[in-house]
Design a protein around this ligand. Structure first.
Ligand code: AMP
Ligand code: FES
Ligand code: ZN
Ligand code: ZN
Length: 316
């Protein structure tokens, strides 16, 4: 976060004739804010994003995918404070200490805000991530992403929610966009939007923090005394998205607003072109022969993975 000059006053307080000192400076918004007005600014920005992309309304039942990290807990907190009907969903990935710690924090937070946290254990559903990592050639994170998306979709439907909200922030989205553009990965680019509408067995997925930076969500969590898991998953080491994030952050430091512009201009200028292309490919979606979930192939990737796990455990 850019340095705050000593003695700077909160922009909002100043406009009201008050003299509260600022504790945060947001250079790309040209705002210096006190704690109270930062929290207000954050929640207003989330609300504005929800409305801009017509993500959901106060009548919808929302399931927040909670990892125990700052973003998803900040999101859950903001949604409930804004008056949305939002429960949590935690997938226990079985990654030793990391999963134990993050589950504990997610449960404590659910208790604090008095909302339900649904928990699914990967060990019971298929196998824990360290075991999946051993039997697949792909990096653990990529198999993990597939499995997470699958169970989020399946359980949200089963539990009667109409929307899944994830804590992806602007840094996540800009880094993924950067990687997908670098490789001209059109199939991923055409799906990179803050709302993916429900279709053919997929439930609606939304990212209400897509215009909030990682630092802003960490500050929001800090100011609200939200305890979150501060270390990364042990499998995330060396992921290219971390390099892209660093690259974009160094650009951001020199030119505040770069990340936001890169991302929002993609949404405004490039996404509509890709969407048209996507419309023409929609009929390729099938239903998995084994589990009945939507899939682009006859048997979905999670069922294939399950078969692999079963075959291996039979051999041992
Ligand atoms: P990540 O892929 O770890 O950057 O996480 C992106 C988003 O996915 C988080 O903000 C959460 O909303 C969701 N998520 C990640 N891990 C889990 C988990 N174990 N259980 C439920 N949701 C998760
Ligand atoms: Fe899935 Fe790290 S959170 S592999
Ligand atoms: Zn103020
Ligand atoms: Zn399947």
């Amino acid at each position: 976060m850019a340095k705050l000059k000593k003695g700077t006053r909160c922009t909002v307080c100043k406009s009201k004739g008050e003299k509260e000192k600022a504790v945060v400076f947001l250079p790309h918004h040209r705002l210096a804010l006190c704690k109270k007005h930062f929290i207000q600014w954050f929640e207003k920005r989330v609300e504005k994003t929800i409305k801009e992309f017509r993500m959901f309304s106060k009548k919808d039942r929302i399931l927040v995918a909670v990892s125990g990290g700052k973003d998803s807990l900040a999101l859950w907190n903001a949604l409930t404070r804004l008056g949305y009907e939002a429960d949590g969903f935690y997938i226990d990935l079985g990654i030793d200490q990391y999963s134990d710690d993050s589950k504990k924090l997610a449960l404590e937070f659910a208790d604090r805000i008095g909302r339900t946290l649904h928990i699914v254990s990967l060990k019971e559903e298929i196998a824990p991530i360290p075991a999946i990592d051993k039997i697949t050639d792909r990096p653990a994170c990529s198999a993990c992403g597939t499995v997470k998306r699958y169970y989020m979709n399946r359980y949200a439907k089963q539990l009667g929610y109409s929307i899944i909200a994830t804590g992806h922030n602007l840094d996540d989205e800009a880094a993924v966009l950067f990687g997908n553009t670098l490789h001209w990965n059109i199939d991923y680019l055409k799906r990179q939007y803050p709302v993916l509408w429900e279709e053919g067995g997929f439930i609606r997925k939304v990212k209400p923090l897509c215009k909030i930076t990682e630092k802003e969500s960490a500050l929001y969590a800090f100011f609200n005394n939200i305890e979150y898991i501060e270390y990364e998953c042990p499998f995330s080491e060396g992921a290219s998205s971390i390099e892209y994030k660093e690259l974009l952050s160094s650009l951001e430091e020199k030119h505040p607003g770069t990340k936001l512009q890169f991302y929002t201009n993609f949404l405004k200028k490039m996404y509509p072109i890709l969407k048209e292309y996507q419309e023409r490919q929609k009929d390729q979606l099938k239903v998995c022969k084994i589990c009945g979930e939507p899939s682009f192939t006859e048997i979905c990737s999670v069922c294939k993975l399950k078969e692999k796990v079963q075959n291996i455990s039979q051999k041992h």
